[in-house]
Ligand binder design. Structure first.
Ligand code: CU
Length: 141
């Protein structure tokens, strides 16, 4: 009986430690369009998120990134500020949570970050001309 309890205890500890706090998210662009394949991603607050972005374009000039912003950021204004900050197109801003490198067609880039507070965190591609159609939101709860 004691062994069984100890065994159960170990199983519970293992489950608790293989923490669901590490989360892998994968996002892609859609072919040669200025679109992400998902507009809503969901994670639990406090998760250590590794976001992999696959640039699935084949056409030259279809460069993309993923810039994750604080809730209620004015994305339109942020994207217009970004235009003056090539080649990364990431302007200095307190509203940035994290961002990937600017990817070339066929390239995969990753970024890791942790968000502790629940909310809706917009993400956007800041390559010139893309922000209007290339947006989404990370729902943190
Ligand atoms: Cu883009």
């Amino acid at each position: 009986m004691k062994k069984l309890i100890l065994g159960l205890f170990l199983v519970i500890m293992l489950v608790a430690c293989s923490s669901p706090k590490d989360v892998q998210l994968t996002l892609s662009s859609v072919g040669d369009t200025m679109k992400y394949d998902q507009e809503v991603l969901s994670v639990k607050a406090g998760s250590k998120v590794t976001l992999t972005f696959i640039n699935s374009a084949k056409m030259a000039g279809m460069n993309h990134n993923v810039v994750i912003l604080k809730p209620k950021t004015n994305v339109k204004k942020f994207a217009s500020d970004a235009l003056a900050h090539g080649p990364s197109y990431v302007p200095p801003s307190d509203n940035i949570i994290a961002y990937t490198a600017m990817s070339n067609p066929g390239e995969t880039v990753t970024v890791s970050f942790t968000i502790d507070k629940s909310g809706y965190y917009p993400f956007v591609c800041t390559y010139p001309g893309h922000a209007t159609s290339m947006q989404g939101v990370i729902r943190v709860n």
